[in-house]
Design a protein around this ligand. Structure first.
Ligand SMILES: *[C@@H]1O[C@H](CO)[C@@H](O)[C@H](O)[C@H]1NC(C)=O
Ligand SMILES: *[C@@H]1O[C@H](CO)[C@@H](O)[C@H](O)[C@H]1NC(C)=O
Ligand SMILES: *[C@@H]1O[C@H](CO)[C@@H](O)[C@H](O)[C@H]1NC(C)=O
Length: 497
């Protein structure tokens, strides 16, 4: 009797302890995620007025959901007297078929060179940041001047492709829904929505359906891009809808395989003298637990929040030593939390004249959605390298590139997962020679390639390669898309130090 009582008491205490430990930790993952979402927005000098575009008020929604051709007010075509309208700039919303009420916003810029160029979809990361951030600061047709007029970008990827910039997951940018159940929590949801979007797009633009098609993106899109490529491949096989002529996918400074990328933080930090050898040894003590939790997250969702907190302590420990470095480009400093000033994209897209041209009604532009970021928390540590081998075996080209000065999704972690990925060409890829990648007669990167797989480390660039090296990024995407094997044209071989 006494024993039972004691036993019960112990049990209750243990249970209470478990609940406290469990929920305190889960709580801290949630808190940390909210802080990170806040830090993301602040680091880019963005200040979205709303946390997410879940809109219940009918009055603010755009009147029609049709695509429209538009011209940005005040934009002149410098190269001819032709109207900019002739260039085929489209913006609009497509409703997402398998959702409650999601409407996805996009820009579509026809190629400045030829409509026969490939169709490319670009996805910005975050998770939760609008692809317009890349459009205006990286690889779109225009840049924003300080007086909120536009100037042409000679190195926009529309010089080599017909390019789509999509605001997603739902709730991001101008994309919206009236139903919270349309918020996504994993790549199944994200890739299904994007597949529905592409089906609607090609239905509206059948003249582009037979063009080559490429999925591209950056940062957290290291998750989206392989997931979408895999979803398209499945849709094609099952003849689910319009065949999408998928030829390849490219990821810039992505987060794809956390199990191999998180342990590389300390290697990159040591190699770049951000930390000392003794810091390295001390911080590395956190790695085994981080890796264990990431592995657990692949099969047990509740482990994902723990992995997120545990593993990000590695990153935070490095920052605590490295001071106010810009973790997107270690050559630079952040000022307070501010690392880049992307505030003009919000100012520009919220101009009445621009909103009217785009037909977005009274929907606010949510540059980066904290709610979407938070909703994807359990997806963060998931491994998306896993879907790539099947695509490689089918000859889908894969380009993994990384600016060499980025810490947050650094080239070392990307190089590691690309090399350890098991596929039939793995041994040949691992033993392939590293070559100089030459643009304009100069070595601008180091490239390694076998079959359809290419890895490229880009010199003198941080996280946002098209912003830091516009010409290199354009030549890269152009050369890679036009080569049948996927190789980025490169110069002489060179053994990596
Ligand atoms: C554009 O128009 C101006 C004035 O009509 C003319 O002088 C100029 O040559 C034109 N430029 C081109 C590229 O056609
Ligand atoms: C790699 O480079 C070495 C030295 O230049 C060369 O002998 C070898 O053939 C190259 N291997 C391949 C697969 O190209
Ligand atoms: C951009 O790259 C191309 C191709 O290598 C080269 O011909 C051109 O000179 C480069 N432009 C600039 C401004 O560097």
């Amino acid at each position: 009797m006494a024993f039972t009582l004691v036993h019960k008491a112990v049990l209750v205490t243990l249970l209470a302890l478990f609940i406290t430990v469990c929920c305190a930790t889960t709580h801290s993952a949630a808190d940390y995620a909210m802080q990170q979402a806040e830090r993301l927005v602040n680091s880019f000098n963005l200040s979205p007025k709303r946390p997410v575009n879940i809109i219940h008020d009918e009055a603010v929604k755009p009147a029609g959901l049709v695509e429209r051709r538009f011209t940005f007010p005040g934009l002149a075509d410098p190269s001819s007297n032709a109207s900019v309208a002739d260039l085929g700039h489209h913006a609009g919303y497509y409703p997402i078929k398998h959702s409650y009420d999601a409407k996805m916003f996009y820009f579509f810029f026809e190629s400045r060179v030829s409509k026969a160029d490939p169709v490319v979809i670009w996805l910005t990361g975050g998770p939760g940041c609008s692809s317009s951030v890349a459009l205006f600061y990286e690889n779109g047709p225009f840049k924003i001047n300080d007086d909120l007029t536009l100037r042409w970008n000679d190195y926009g990827w529309d010089m080599a492709s017909n390019i789509l910039f999509v605001d997603q997951p739902t709730g991001t940018g101008f994309s919206y829904s009236s139903d919270e159940r349309d918020l996504r929590h994993d790549e199944t949801g994200v890739s299904n929505d994007l597949y529905d979007f592409l089906q609607a797009f090609f239905q509206g633009h059948p003249e582009f359906a037979s063009n080559d098609f490429y999925v591209t993106g950056e940062s957290y899109a290291g998750h989206y891009v392989p997931a979408l490529a895999s979803r398209i491949n499945k849709g094609n096989k099952n003849k689910e809808g319009i065949h999408i002529n998928l030829k390849g996918f490219a990821i810039g400074n992505g987060l794809t395989d956390p199990e191999h990328q998180y342990p590389a933080y300390t290697d990159f930090a040591l190699a770049n003298s951000l930390i000392t050898q003794s810091d390295y040894a001390r911080i590395n003590e956190m790695v085994p637990e981080c890796v264990r939790e990431i592995q657990q997250c692949q099969t047990e969702e509740p482990a994902c929040g723990y992995a997120y907190s545990t593993c990000n302590e590695i990153f935070e420990s490095i920052l605590a030593i490295a001071g106010n470095i810009n973790y997107y480009d270690i050559r630079k400093q952040c000022v307070g939390e501010l690392c880049y000033d992307f505030s003009n994209v919000e100012k520009f897209l919220n101009l009445d004249t621009v909103r009217e041209a785009l037909g977005v009604g009274d929907i606010e532009f949510v540059s980066c959605s904290k709610t979407v970021y938070y909703a994807m928390l359990d997806d963060w540590m998931k491994d998306y390298e896993e879907v790539i081998p099947l695509l490689l075996e089918e000859g889908i080209k894969v380009l993994i590139y990384a600016g060499e000065y980025d810490l947050i999704c650094n080239w070392m972690g990307n190089s590691i997962w690309v090399n350890v990925m098991p596929w039939s060409g793995q041994q040949s890829f691992v033993s392939a020679n590293v070559s100089s990648y030459i643009v304009g007669g100069k070595e601008v990167g180091l490239v390694k390639s076998f079959g359809p797989l290419t890895f490229l480390k880009v010199h003198n660039a941080g996280h946002m390669v098209p912003m830091d090296q516009p010409n290199v990024s354009l030549q890269m995407i152009k050369g890679w898309m036009s080569s049948s094997k996927g190789k980025v044209p490169a110069g002489k071989s060179k053994i990596l130090p």
